[in-house]
Design a protein around this ligand. Structure first.
Ligand SMILES: [Zn+2]
Length: 114
């Protein structure tokens, strides 16, 4: 009975809140810190911007790449009996995503939305 009374003082801080209760912070606090960088909308063409990594005033380097949509479209063409057209999505600009990199430090800046 008496040994239950002995508790290490370091244990009291962690048992302030039970498992089910979240810490008393604002639950819907908006995080506006990172939205400045991610808000940049990239297109198919290279664009002028300031690199968030090296802070240089750059014109982005664009690389076209196939994404899941491109592979899926090729697969659908293949399954639809149009095997000759299967490589077509890889040649069509509208079916590819355009990745933007910093030409100075090769930092990945973002990808265009199709
Ligand atoms: Zn850079």
């Amino acid at each position: 009975m008496e040994e239950k009374m002995e508790q290490p003082p370091s244990n009291t801080s962690s048992s302030l809140y039970p498992n089910l209760q979240p810490p008393p912070t604002m639950p819907l606090a908006p995080h506006t810190v990172h939205t400045i960088i991610t808000a940049t909308v990239f297109g198919k063409e290279n664009q002028r911007m300031t690199c968030p990594r090296c802070n240089a005033d750059i014109s982005t380097r664009v690389e076209s790449a196939a994404n899941m949509k491109t592979h899926l479209l090729a697969l659908l063409l293949c399954l639809g009996g149009c095997c000759c057209c299967a490589p077509l999505p890889y040649c069509m600009d509208s079916c590819l995503v355009h990745k933007h990199y910093c030409p100075a430090c090769s930092f990945f800046l973002g990808v265009s939305k199709n």
